[in-house]
Design a protein around this ligand. Structure first.
Ligand SMILES: Cc1cc2nc3c(=O)[nH]c(=O)nc-3n(C[C@H](O)[C@H](O)[C@H](O)COP(=O)(O)OP(=O)(O)OC[C@H]3O[C@@H](n4cnc5c(N)ncnc54)[C@H](O)[C@@H]3O)c2cc1C
Length: 387
């Protein structure tokens, strides 16, 4: 049994079509395999490519570059549906759009856009976003990957940690230090898989087993001058502006995981018998599930509100942070309620509850931890006094 949410008010035909296409594809082609793929740690590249064929991979890439040219609201709706079926698959799409195509669109040269956007839209290539390092996560301005100037560009040395899609990527958005210490010394670059770039093995992790997460090592990776993405020294600004949009998709992912957990809790409670009837007749079962249902609706509204602000070209950094902070917490709570509602079966790998429990947690960590979202929100409230 699934609890379909009411259609958001005011969707355009394009947004509704993308949403329904993603929902049908996710329920028919992803959900039936998600448990097995996660158990086997299978990264379903074949599904990512199918999403490319359907126009769902590079959703926000404009039509002139081969994408459907949809907006952040469509991306949020699609991400939610994919995450409801499998969180790892949804993050591959979120990274392709939000963290790779988005900075190329924002700061890329015409040549960079022509070279990469059509291939990212179709699924011919996958991209990754390499900001975090083993010793620099929340404190991005302290990153140490070094790009030394050469006659025709840069030679990059250093390493990156936790890079989503890294194991399947052919284009790498890399943030490296071309100048001195601090934020202004950082530049963004585009690189292909070339000599001097080593992709590490898949990092074993708590959940998201269908998502590739690797370490990258750079040892004299040559990036030509044309590989610079945006202006020299403007890399961190680009990285943070990119995350402003990315956080909305993580919030949507959290809503999707939470909805999957709610669906399972409701359907299980209707079937599980105890004390002479289904456990769905106990108030002790109703209340946590009812509370989560209300919170999921609120998380969804916050997410679509932030996406709507982005689509309207209005500031959306704090709204995205609020959506991610709230929705990620709701996902963790919903997964907990789901496991509890299923009792011992909730703890079993034969059911999906434990997968939701493991997958939900990441939404409180990546693209800025919950503590960092609170900082973003506080800075919006307090302005310079918060710095
Ligand atoms: C599965 C996965 C996929 C990822 N994908 C990518 C990717 O594709 N690209 C990429 O670049 N990165 C990626 N990341 C990295 C992710 O964004 C970072 O892990 C995250 O930003 C936190 O950084 P950190 O792990 O270094 O933790 P730290 O920054 O070391 O933080 C540790 C703890 O300290 C807290 N903390 C830190 N600073 C403050 C502060 N000022 N105030 C209060 N608390 C603070 C944090 O909230 C956290 O609880 C991924 C991570 C994971 C686990």
């Amino acid at each position: 049994m699934t609890v379909e949410p009411a259609e958001p008010i005011g969707l355009s035909e394009h947004q509704r079509d993308a949403w329904h296409l993603a929902r049908d594809f996710a329920q028919n082609e992803i959900a039936p395999h998600a448990r097995e793929w996660n158990r086997d740690h299978h990264v379903p590249v074949e599904v990512f490519r199918k999403l490319g064929e359907l126009g769902l991979l590079g959703l926000t890439i404009p039509e002139r570059y081969g994408g459907p040219g949809l907006d952040a609201t469509s991306l949020a709706l699609v991400t939610e549906e994919l995450a409801r079926a499998d969180a790892g698959t949804s993050v591959a799409v979120a990274v392709q759009n939000g963290l790779v195509a988005s900075p190329i669109l924002r700061a890329g040269t015409d040549a960079q856009k022509d070279e990469w956007l059509p291939r990212l839209a179709s699924g011919e290539v996958f991209g990754c976003y390499a900001l975090t390092e083993p010793d620099a996560g929340s404190d991005t301005a302290s990153l140490r990957t070094r790009a030394e100037a050469t006659d025709d560009g840069w030679s990059v040395t250093g390493s990156k940690m936790w890079i989503t899609n890294g194991g399947v990527a052919e284009v790498f958005v890399i943030f490296a230090r071309t100048g001195g210490e601090g934020a202004r010394g950082i530049s963004a670059m585009l690189s292909t898989k070339a000599d001097g770039l080593t992709v590490g093995h898949e990092i074993p992790k708590l959940g998201l087993h269908t998502s590739s997460t690797v370490e990258l090592a750079f040892d004299g990776l040559r990036v030509p001058r044309e590989g610079l993405l945006g202006a020299e020294g403007e890399g961190l600004k680009l990285a943070l502006a990119t995350l402003d949009g990315g956080r909305i998709t993580v919030a949507a992912q959290a809503v999707g995981i939470a909805r999957a957990a709610l669906d399972l809790a409701v359907s299980y409670a209707g079937e599980r018998q105890a004390f002479g009837g289904p456990i769905a007749r106990f108030q002790g079962v109703h209340f946590p599930v009812a509370e989560i249902a209300a919170k999921i609706d609120a998380a969804r509204l916050l997410t679509l509100h932030a996406a709507g602000l982005r689509d309207a070209g209005r500031p959306h950094g704090a709204a995205g942070a609020k959506a991610k902070l709230f929705a990620s917490s709701v996902a963790v709570q919903a997964a907990d309620v789901c496991v509890q509602t299923l009792g011992g079966y909730g703890y079993s790998a034969e059911y999906d509850a434990e997968r939701y429990y493991r997958d939900a947690k990441i939404t409180e960590i990546y693209e800025g931890t919950s503590e960092i979202q609170r900082m973003v929100i506080a800075r919006d409230l307090f302005g310079a006094a918060a710095r």
